[in-house]
Design a protein around this ligand. Structure first.
Ligand code: NAG
Ligand code: NAG
Ligand code: NAG
Ligand code: NAG
Ligand code: NAG
Ligand code: NAG
Length: 283
């Protein structure tokens, strides 16, 4: 009877040993996508790192979603296989057992990629890691502000629009008046062109005294952003009725001072010639 217990225990430990040995045969399968946020048409490198723990590599398979597009099998004559996949361009010469380079990346590649590593006999262990990639297109130009031409005072309504050229995803736009946010859009794909969309933000703001700064000025900014990827802004000083020195005049200040400085000199020269001719005549 006691012998059975011993055999049972021995079986248990042997099973446990082989089981855990298999499990730890392949370790640390990790996929990293560099860059993971990639500009449309650019390239990205998918790196798969793994620890074979003395086992032999059988294959590394690469998937976009559920579909395989690249396979590396060192034991076969043709080690690499590229499977046709609409929209994926593999750079074969820079791809190997640990990385795949994708070129001319299309928008529809946004999504999950995975690498699946399998070791050879006797263990034949498989492990997978998955990461996501996002394909973007930044706006080609800065945002533009358009406003009416009227001089603004408390009680008036400030009307403006800000517009950012096509991007994907559409940028978030924000209006700031004297550095305080007064409007923000919730970007959604509309006015679409070639899978990209404009972003627009209208502003209709009844002005009161608190909107003007201490000098009675109104500085309007439009900020365009894709968090972590893109940030651009433009600013425009609006004509304010409260501004003691209107913008148009302030812009001319420098010129005015220069001409004021030349005036005394002109008078002196004129006086000199008058005096000189008077003296000459008197002689
Ligand atoms: C895309 O590629 C261009 C030129 O190679 C590079 O200047 C730019 O930084 C890349 N953009 C992104 C988002 O990777
Ligand atoms: C991805 O986009 C490219 C070009 O726009 C197209 O040729 C390809 O068929 C698309 N692939 C899929 C899976 O939709
Ligand atoms: C795969 O290629 C990259 C870049 O050329 C290189 O750094 C890496 O060591 C290669 N991997 C193997 C296993 O040869
Ligand atoms: C990508 O993977 C994440 C987590 O694994 C999942 O939540 C998400 O739905 C996947 N995205 C797609 C497009 O399959
Ligand atoms: C803002 O856009 C709207 C709609 O396109 C237009 O009717 C309005 O005149 C524009 N306002 C300004 C100040 O440009
Ligand atoms: C605008 O506000 C931000 C914080 O909201 C602050 O860091 C910045 O200094 C302010 N700029 C000016 C010109 O007041």
């Amino acid at each position: 009877m006691v012998a059975y217990y011993w055999i049972f225990l021995l079986d248990f430990f042997l099973t446990f040993y082989f089981f855990t040995k298999d499990v730890i045969a392949l370790k640390n399968v990790k996929l990293s996508i560099e860059p993971a946020v990639v500009q449309y048409g650019n390239q990205s490198t998918l790196k798969c790192s793994y620890d074979l723990e003395n086992d032999i590599l059988y294959s590394v398979k690469w998937y976009r979603g559920p579909l395989e597009f690249y396979r590396y099998t060192p034991s076969e004559d043709v080690k690499t296989k590229i499977f046709p996949f609409d929209g994926i361009t593999v750079d074969g010469s820079n791809s190997n057992s640990t990385q795949v380079v994708l070129r001319d990346i299309e928008f529809n590649l946004s999504g999950n990629f995975s690498c699946e590593v399998t070791t050879d006999l006797p263990h034949m262990v498989t492990a997978v890691d998955e990461q996501s990639m996002m394909v973007i297109q930044l706006p080609e130009f800065s945002p533009k502000i358009s406003v009416g031409r009227e001089v603004l005072d408390s009680g008036d309504i400030l009307r403006a629009n800000c517009s950012s050229p096509p991007s994907r995803p559409p940028v978030t736009l924000k209006f700031k008046l004297n550095n305080r946010t007064v409007a923000q859009n919730d970007p959604h794909p509309y006015r679409k062109i070639n899978e990209r969309s404009w972003s627009d933000l209208p502003l209709e703001l009844p002005l009161d005294d608190m909107h003007f700064d201490n000098n009675g000025r109104l500085l309007l900014e439009c900020v365009a952003m894709l968090p972590g990827v893109y940030h651009d802004q433009v600013e425009l000083e609006l004509e304010s009725a409260k501004d003691p020195i209107p913008q148009r005049v302030r812009g001319l200040n420098g010129v005015k001072k220069a001409s004021e400085q030349t005036k005394p000199l002109l008078y002196i020269v004129l006086c000199y010639f008058l005096l000189r001719s008077a003296i000459l005549r008197a002689l």
